[in-house]
Design a binder for this molecule. Structure first.
Ligand code: NAD
Length: 290
């Protein structure tokens, strides 16, 4: 397949490389001039998508996505698929999809989970919003870049699934960390706490798979001095997107809001920047209030 790939950063770079390795004809563009082995460099975003059956974007935020969409949509062939894999606000995802459809394209919003390791290993999960025809065209690309693609419904629903999932993740990580800090104060051994909770009704991915207590449970960033992993500032970005969506849709999300405020404090006022999002545990050990 002929593919144009815009945004060759930490995630987009390895995703584009995997598509090229699988034999697809990939042309790439990144504003920072990044080049990737096996990917033909283009001088502009428009040039990268010219003649492509699928244009993939992997960009930092909704504002940048909207500006790149303005550039590439007029340059794409009718019937081609505009596949955005960035994590952006639901409103931007729906606006760009509408713009693409008006120009005769298929549009998909397909944010991912799995992080840089998943992008490199081709094991990402894609949460996909958009039309069935576009999904069917992109399916073979999802199978190369990832191990699972869930079609969640019309445009914007991929982003909706992503931010709902990450709102749950942020909130469960916080409460798991505060429970460990409370258990410490109550004299409960961390291993005993893990053995009970991971097999009881308090279990979650945060406890069972990504335990924030070092030396307890499967290996996780806590065992590597809380080096990310999934950085606290990226969690903050996703919690902010969830709150934007909640306010735009008039949904009541008090725990999601509290989680966002706590990660904002951790990243912006404390020592959370550049640390894994599970470093909330050492934060609670220090008992920082407010
Ligand atoms: P990144 O900053 O490493 O990459 C983004 C790239 O986009 C950069 O190389 C930048 O130069 C390029 N870019 C910016 N503006 C551009 C423009 N106008 N035209 C062309 N290129 C432009 O970020 P990343 O970690 O690769 O993340 C990309 C997206 O994936 C984000 O939306 C992020 O939230 C999401 N995501 C990241 C992770 C992760 O662990 N890093 C996990 C899941 C989802």
């Amino acid at each position: 397949m002929k593919i144009g790939f815009i945004g060759l950063g930490n995630m987009g770079g390895p995703m584009a490389a995997n598509l090229a390795k699988a034999g697809h004809d990939v042309t790439g563009f990144d504003a920072a001039g990044v080049t990737i082995e096996g990917v033909t460099p283009a001088a502009s975003a428009e040039e990268a998508v010219k003649g492509a059956q699928v244009a993939i974007t992997m960009l930092p935020n909704g504002k940048i996505l909207r500006s790149v969409a303005d550039q590439i949509i007029p340059a794409m062939d009718k019937g081609a698929v505009f596949l955005d894999c960035s994590t952006v606000d639901v409103d931007s995802a729906r606006a760009v999809a509408e713009q693409a459809q008006t120009a005769g394209l298929s549009a998909l919003d397909a944010p991912v989970s799995g992080g840089v390791g998943g992008a490199q290993g081709g094991t990402l999960t894609f949460m996909v919003g958009g039309d069935e025809a576009g999904f069917n065209t992109a399916k073979e690309l999802f199978d190369i870049m990832g191990q699972k693609a869930v079609h969640c419904g019309p445009s914007g629903n991929g982003q909706a699934a992503k931010i709902c999932n990450n709102m749950i993740l942020g909130a469960t990580m916080i409460v798991t960390c505060e429970a460990f800090a409370l258990a410490d104060k109550l004299g409960l051994d961390r291993q005993a706490m893990f053995d009970v909770v991971s097999t009881s009704s308090g279990q979650s991915w945060s406890m069972n798979t990504y335990c924030p207590a070092p030396g307890v449970g499967p290996s996780s960033p806590s065992d590597n001095d809380y080096k990310p992993g999934f950085a606290a500032e990226l969690m903050l970005k996703d919690l902010r997107l969830a709150q934007e969506a909640a306010s735009s849709a008039d949904a009541d999300t008090p725990i999601g809001e509290a989680a966002m405020k706590l990660y904002a404090q951790f990243v912006e006022d404390e020592d959370g920047l550049g640390r894994d999002f599970s470093a909330m545990l050492p934060r609670f050990e220090k008992r920082t209030r407010n």
